[in-house]
Design a protein. Structure first.
Length: 255
């Protein structure tokens, strides 16, 4: 009987000890949580070499370890949510961010860090209205948020869209015009191409004269090639604009 009582007392002391230990652990975790919750974004991200602005509840951060810098992302509270593993990283836009793998190519990830567009580009722009400019090698194109090609990477230069949404493009040394969805308005076949005047656009390979000049006339919503001699009064302003006031292409895309 005495042995049984002694065993019971030892068991009670063991349970009591474990209970006290658990209480101390819970107290420590509670204090640690409260201290952590009280830290600001700036305090949590102070350890990083660079911190970007918060967008889509994500901010790019640069962590340098043994002289090697790698980028990742923190959330709006400063907690790391995407591992610092990228050679470079851009801000999130429309739920996606461009990231550069250590091997050098760029792709896109979502806010959870999942790859959405595989690394394949030498330059990757931010998404705007669901589309982004990308460069493969030295040629520019455009993709949508699924990685589908909108404009193939075939153009060495792409101009800013005008009020119609048209862009002058340069391919293999020849100028043409595209719509923003990639549809060809004027094929890339000209050394020089002008603006629209009185519903006509002129493109030429010999701007000192009318020879080899093509005129495109607006017919409804489509552009069709018309003879240089057709409706000469209307065609002439477009041709003269091209001849005497060549368009400056200094605004063209050079990301």
């Amino acid at each position: 009987m005495k042995l049984a009582e002694l065993g019971w007392k030892k068991l009670s002391l063991h349970v009591k000890y474990k209970t006290e230990a658990m209480k101390r652990l819970l107290f420590f975790l509670t204090v640690a949580t409260l201290v952590s919750c009280g830290r600001t974004f700036e305090q949590r991200t102070a350890k990083y070499a660079e911190v970007g602005s918060v967008n889509d509840n994500r901010a790019a951060v640069l962590d340098i370890n043994e002289g090697v810098g790698r980028w990742g992302y923190v959330d709006g509270t400063g907690r790391l949510v995407i591992e610092c593993r990228y050679a470079d990283a851009r801000s999130f836009d429309d739920g996606l961010a461009a990231v550069q793998e250590p091997e050098g190519l760029w792709g896109y990830i979502d806010t959870a860090g999942r790859a959405v567009v595989a690394p394949q580009f030498t330059v990757a722009g931010a998404f705007d209205d669901g589309m982004a400019w990308v460069q493969a090698g030295e040629l520019w194109g455009r993709i949508d948020k699924t990685g589908k090609t909108v404009i193939p990477c075939l153009y060495s230069e792409i101009g800013e869209p005008d009020e119609r949404g048209w862009m002058r493009v340069l391919r293999d040394g020849k100028w043409g015009v595209l719509r923003q969805d990639g549809e060809v308005v004027v094929p890339c076949a000209y050394n020089l191409i002008g603006d629209v005047y009185a519903g006509y656009m002129s493109g030429t390979n010999n701007w000192n004269g009318g020879t080899n000049t093509q005129i495109y006339a607006l017919n409804g919503t489509d552009w069709c090639n018309v003879p240089f001699s057709e409706s000469f009064t209307n065609v002439m302003p477009a041709w003269l604009q091209l001849k005497y006031a060549p368009v400056s292409y200094t605004h063209l895309r050079a990301h």
